[in-house]
Design a protein around this ligand. Structure first.
Ligand SMILES: [Zn+2]
Ligand SMILES: [Zn+2]
Length: 121
């Protein structure tokens, strides 16, 4: 049994007549239990997209199926990922050039990778 390490994938269940929001765990292995919103707030929750754990804060709880901050804002997430990729490939290029100076072989077309254009924000 690994109940201690289980992190609930909290999602909105329903609203009581008195206005209390009830949340539940989306994990099928978890017992069908409902939790009051004020009890799950600021607790660790598992992101349904990337399965990383994050703190279920007030902002996340505005959605019925909250995601971690990384997956929540897809625009920012995409930018961060793209930036990471560019930085990574540049670093690779630099290291490769330093260790192995490029000597083009005759008949061998050096591959030109299309460079992403910097967008003006
Ligand atoms: Zn659970
Ligand atoms: Zn996520």
């Amino acid at each position: 049994m690994s109940e201690e390490t289980h992190i609930h994938t909290y999602e909105f269940a329903y609203k009581n007549k008195d206005g209390t929001e009830m949340w539940r765990c989306a994990d099928p292995t978890c017992p069908p239990k409902k939790y009051r919103a004020d009890l799950v707030r600021d607790k660790l929750s598992k992101c349904p997209s990337c399965e990383h754990s994050y703190v279920l804060d007030r902002e996340s709880m505005r959605r019925r199926r909250p995601k971690c901050p990384r997956c929540r804002d897809t625009r920012e997430g995409k930018l961060a990922r793209t930036a990471g990729k560019i930085a990574g490939s540049l670093l690779d290029d630099i290291l490769l050039e330093e260790e192995f100076p490029k000597v083009p072989f005759p008949g061998d077309n050096p591959k030109q990778e299309p460079k992403p254009e910097g967008k003006t924000l």
